[in-house]
Design a protein around this ligand. Sequence first.
Ligand code: ZN
Length: 136
Amino acid sequence: MPKKLEHIGIAVKNLEASEALFTKLLGIEPYKREEVSSEGVMTSFFLLGDIKFELLAATNQDSPIAKFIEKRGEGIHHLAFESENLENELSERKSQNVELIHQKPKDGADNKRIAFLHPKSTGGVLWELCQEKLTD
Ligand code: ZN
C-alpha cells in the first residue's frame, strides 16, 4: 500500500509560462528542472509543505504529455504515491486485478524509480507509484 501522496503531476503546454503561474499562485519558486527523455518530457518541481507539484511539458509530438494535452487539455495528469517497495507493490496490484502500464519500474525524474497504473483501474486518474532510488 502507498505510504503517502508524493506529488501531483500537471500537464502544461508551456513550461516557462506555467512556472511563472505556479510561482504566482504558490508563492514559491521551482526547485529544479529535469528532462526525462524516455518519456519526452521536461519537468519542473515545486515543493509546498511536503507535497510536490511536477509540471510536465512535452519535448516532442510523440510525448504522452503532447497526446494528453491534445485530448484533454492542460490539467492534472497523474497522482504519484510513494511506495516502500515498488516490485512488491506492483505484484500486489496485479493480484488485485489492477492494470499495470509498466510491468517493471523504470527511471523517472527527481531520483525516483516509477511505474504507472492504468486509469481505468484507478478511478479515471492515472496513478504513478514511485520509490526513491537507493544510493549505495
Ligand atoms: Zn510524476
